[in-house]
Design a binder for this molecule. Structure first.
Ligand code: UDP
Length: 452
């Protein structure tokens, strides 16, 4: 994949969405960072929240004169199967890796480091997103300072993965997580910054779309706009609990017979090889109910205006995650004043204040009750939607994330955070005991089934 060309996004475009003092701080921080060479590294060009964030954040940095680039891994399916297990392990599901898996992991990390050095020489700052190439700093020969930005829910990492993968954070000048709660054992506590992600209000996914237009778009996809609709927009991932959403819909439908459900999840994230299996499982779980609409096609979930239409046209948006670092989909729907019911997990608890700007639920029964409450009481839904939009405006729009990054870069440039001494690949492997000790053959498809 390599380097992506992202263009520039001028700060002026966001003028009406930024408070004057934040704007001033952005401009003055950017003044001293002009020309700074920064490279963001992640696993997939499309699909998933990190790709979504970088698509906007990098052009905004460039618009301020920072020489920011984005580099995306080139890897085979085996590698992404291994790294999805690491991702799952950090979110709490134990796993095991065979020797070839481990070799594959280290090989891709080393290759990525080489490719980045060839493409960029010695950038001043390298930001590695998520665990796919977390060991990369061990293979750099230059003086680049490195940041690990973890977007994953680190509430309860599985012991076998967390205890061995997280020590790789010691290779970095700085780590970034979305919540204080995610600063867990194994991380260098004195070198962690905490700031949550954000959405881009100028992305076609988030710009105002009239209800009429939204209805036309979803109607073309088979939704009956005269009846209520609940939607979950998500990759088909066990942590997003799509089976639980179907359960909640079925329970709510007993009280609201006309209810429809849309599950929108384009299978576009190359770093998520579980997607097809989960999608098939959910299709069979949904059975032949004509009011359950499952969209896995890239033409639907991969189209920003169509996602916008579902988030705008739905009476309620659900994000019933069991683990969620931070749910961009939650914030996207809240920005559209659509009431959101979120799983009471991870970052969603930061995004939703229960009963004020949305609802938090712990199971399908609670979720169904909240769906019915919101459908029965449109006034309450409207007030909640207004509160939701205001909370996003204050806390979760892209200029705020940009400013958090500029402050971090400033601190790095000022020398506040030292780059730990480079260790060799062998030392890094020793640090990550797990990745040198192997057993078993990994996750079986049965592990994807919903919890009983
Ligand atoms: N998304 C999308 N189409 C889909 C599924 C997801 O555009 O079919 C987008 C969604 O709108 C959001 C991002 O992918 O911007 C997912 O980010 P989130 O933080 O919710 O979850 P992640 O996939 O990173 O776990």
């Amino acid at each position: 994949m390599g380097t992506l060309d992202l263009g520039c996004a001028p700060l002026e475009s966001y003028e009406s969405l930024i408070e004057a003092d934040a704007r001033q701080e952005i401009l003055s921080a950017a003044q001293s960072l002009k020309g700074l060479r920064v490279v963001h590294v992640n696993a997939t060009p499309n699909g998933g929240g990190v790709a979504e964030i970088l698509r906007s954040l990098v052009p905004m940095m460039r618009g301020l004169g920072i020489d920011a680039s984005r580099w995306v891994l080139e890897a085979d399916e085996r590698f992404f199967t291994v790294t999805k297990r690491l991702h799952n392990g950090l979110q709490g599901r134990g796993t095991s890796l065979c020797r070839e898996d481990v070799e594959c992991y280290w090989l891709h990390n080393e290759r990525a480091a080489r490719a980045i050095e060839v493409a960029f020489g010695s950038p001043e700052i390298l930001v590695v997103h998520d665990p796919q190439v977390m060991a990369l700093p061990a293979f750099l020969h230059n003086s680049t300072r490195t940041v690990w930005h973890c977007h994953i829910d680190l509430t309860a990492p599985a012991e076998d993965i967390g205890a061995r993968l997280l020590p790789l954070t010691q290779l970095y000048s700085r780590c970034v997580v979305s919540m204080h709660h995610y600063v867990v054992s194994g991380m260098p506590h004195d070198r962690v910054s905490v700031f949550p992600p954000a959405i881009d209000p100028l992305n076609p996914k988030n710009v105002p779309l009239s209800l009429e237009n939204a209805h036309q778009i979803v109607a073309r996809l088979g939704i009956d706009t005269s009846r209520p609709l609940v939607t979950q927009v998500s990759r088909f991932d066990p942590w997003k609990d799509p089976w639980g959403v179907v359960d909640a819909y079925r329970l709510a439908k007993r009280r609201v017979p006309g209810l429809q459900l849309a599950l929108v999840g384009a299978l576009t994230a190359v770093d998520d090889p579980e997607g097809v299996e989960v999608w098939q499982s959910v299709c069979s779980y949904a059975g032949d109910d004509p009011d359950i609409h499952i969209y896995a096609e890239p033409e639907v979930g991969g189209d920003e205006t169509t996602v916008n239409a579902f988030q705008t046209a739905s009476n309620v948006v659900i994000q019933k995650s069991i683990r969620e670092g931070f749910g961009l989909t939650v914030t996207e729907a809240m920005w559209k004043r659509t009431p959101v019911i979120g799983g009471a997990s991870g970052g969603i608890r930061l995004q939703i204040e229960d009963g004020v700007n949305g609802y938090l639920v712990s199971n399908a029964v609670e979720c169904a009750e909240r769906i019915v409450d919101l459908l029965d009481d449109p006034d309450r839904a409207r007030v909640m939607g207004i509160a939701a939009r205001e909370s996003v405006r204050r806390r979760f729009l892209m200029p705020r994330l940009l400013l958090d990054y500029l402050r971090l870069f400033q601190q790095i440039v000022d020398g506040q955070f030292r780059q730990p001494e480079r260790c060799t690949g062998t030392q890094a492997k020793a640090l990550a005991g797990l990745l040198a000790q192997t057993r078993g053959s990994g996750v079986s498809p049965n592990d994807l089934a919903p919890a009983a």
